[in-house]
Every structure is written in C-alpha cells, then in structure tokens.
Design a protein around this ligand. Structure first.
Ligand code: 3PG
Length: 217
C-alpha cells in the first residue's frame, strides 16, 4: 500500500487537471488522447461508462506513451484487476464500498476512491487512502462542503469532480486540501464526435494556464 501511495503522489504531480473521458467510439480514443497530451494534459481518466472504455484505454496505453492512463468508474474488484492487467497507471472510483477498498488496499495500483461523506472518507482513510476523489463535488455541497471536511480531516487530500467547469476549476484548486481537479469539461462529446482535436488541444492549454499557481500547476 505505501508503495502505491507514493506512486499516486508521483502520478498526481503530473496534474493538476484530470479530464474525465467517455469513449463512445473506440476510434476516437487515440486521437483524443493525443490532442490532450499536445495541450500538456497527460493524466487521463478513461471511464468504464461505455462498452469501449477499457479497449479505448488499452489503445491509448499502447499508442500514446506520454499519456498517463487511469481507469475511472471502477466499481468492483474485477474492474480494478482488469485495470492492472492492461497496464493502467492509476484507478479511480465514484464510490468507496468496503469490498472495493479492501481489494484496492491489497492491489498493486495507485487508487483514489470516491467519497462524498465523512463516513466514506473514514472508511477510505482507515485503509490508507488519504487522497480521494470528492464526487459529486458540486451536487454534494460544493466548496463550502469541502472546506468543512478539512476541519476534522486535515490530512485528507481531494480531487473534486462533478460539475466543475473551465471557469471555476481554479477556485477548487486554490483550496489547500485539493491536489487535482477533474471533469468532463475538457472533452465535450460534440467535439469528440466531430473530430475537433485542435479545439480540445486549445482548451487543454487554456485550462492549464488558468490553473497555474495551484497544486502542481
Ligand atoms: C466523474 O465521473 O468524475 C464525473 O461524472 C465528472 O463530472 P462532470 O461530467 O460534471 O465533469
């Protein structure tokens, strides 16, 4: 576990922004990853929301060596083990079931469980996960909620996702307990469907610019 934790810190140091990516068509995966990497965004969360998610992640790992691929929407130990098999560098979940946390604590991959309550955070932290995804960040209570969690949990570090935008991501990253910010705003489905890779690169550059000065920025 402590090795995985160090590796998670190494991964997060490549941030601070993590696009949350949905692959609707397998052939979009590689050009999309290349567009993001060209814009300086190397950490990618490839979600398992769609049937092509895992295959898309595999293609990116094979063909875009500068991308650092994490698998998102990990719901079960099987999802986690498959992520390791394909060579993902990290994994994330929207939640923190005891079963998944136990599997992740025993597995050799940096993992960020998702938490939205103090109790979920406690379940994660007793197993050594002190860097977590805060999901759904905006709907769960936004910045005031995150600031409130900092009180009893000063050692916890968060990557908020859910409702963040290009405009407000910097406000989140300015919090001392936020190590990275994530979301789908970097990869609009319409631009992916239309193959507008230059627009995606331009937004990646812009987003990184706006986040300069925050964690890792
Ligand atoms: C996630 O899975 O992390 C979130 O659904 C991303 O939320 P967003 O689409 O509001 O950015």
């Amino acid at each position: 576990m402590s090795q995985s934790r160090h590796r998670l810190a190494d991964v997060l140091a490549l941030g601070p922004v993590i696009p949350v990516i949905t692959i609707n068509r397998l052939q979009d995966a590689v050009p999309l990853a290349r567009a993001l990497v060209a814009g300086g965004v190397r950490l990618l969360e490839i979600t398992l929301r769609t049937p092509d998610g895992m295959a898309g992640a595999e293609a990116i790992i094979r063909e875009v060596p500068d991308a650092v691929v994490g698998i998102g929407t990990v719901l079960t130990p099987a999802d986690l083990h498959r992520s390791i098999e394909i060579g993902a560098r990290f994994a994330l979940s929207p939640g923190a079931t005891p079963k998944l946390l136990d599997a992740a604590a025993a597995a050799d991959i940096p993992f960020m469980p998702g938490v939205a309550t103090a109790s979920e955070l406690m379940e994660a932290m007793i197993r050594g996960f002190d860097a977590v995804k805060f999901f759904p960040a905006t709907a769960a209570g936004g910045l005031p909620y995150l600031k409130a969690l900092a009180g009893p949990f000063p050692q916890a570090r968060f990557c908020p996702t859910g409702g963040l935008t290009e405009e407000n991501a910097a406000d989140w990253l300015a919090q001392p307990n936020v190590v990275a910010v994530g979301g789908s705003w970097l990869t609009p489905a319409t631009e992916i469907a239309a193959g507008q890779w230059d627009a995606i690169t331009a937004r990646a550059v812009r987003s990184r610019e706006r986040l300069k000065g925050g964690a890792g920025g």
